[in-house]
Design a protein. Sequence first.
Length: 255
Amino acid sequence: MRKLSDKIFICFSAKDRYDIAQPIVYHLKNYGIDVWYDRYEMVMGDNRLKKNIEEGAGTSKYAIIILSSNTITSLCAREEIQILKSRYFKGEVTIFPVLYELKPLDIPPIFNWISKLIFKEADRSTGTLEICNHIACKITCDMLKNCKCKNIYEIIQSNLLLPMSVRHLFESYIKIDNSNLNSKITLLYAIYIIITESNDSALRQLCKVPCQIFDRLFTENLLNLSIDYRELWLLENSVCILVECYYGSCMEFKI
């Protein structure tokens, strides 16, 4: 069986590259998530079948399908979708469907299997950050499967040798009302700073995704940008991964 790639494959029509594909790649890379994107992986002279189909759509653990009127008429995109469909029904890949300027009722019958998945709709006015937050939540949830403590309550009840300051901050965190998002995010960031204060480059590389998620989302909080529960969930997942990485026994986090 072929080894799965840790990168997220992104399937799209070239006509949608700048409107939606590239913005999604931008946000995911800011979260430290590696993306199999043709502009990064292929150069002139490469065999498209080998690179895009076999190495990209054929091995990625996750895949984003941007379904639009352009995708529907793109022979290359349809070929990639067929590979991903086959792998999806074998349980080999997680699919993140994005309907770009396409209504669910307008999905052709050949792609009806995609409409049965949880999908996000987007157009030129919506932006792509919310889409990427959903994707990052799924990825961090999968990373948590390697952790003994799957949530903050389990961390508090565990016998992990946490610094007393971290344990106190966690105990304060669970007392804060869920509607007070900014306070909760501030406490999570304080925990993140304490956990990573050793600045161990090897550990930071091991925990690249949760560290970059914290750096990115806290910057948004400082800029007073709107924060929602999805982003709080993402930070909670990330801090649990960091606790396991720095104080637990798991030494490998693959997305």
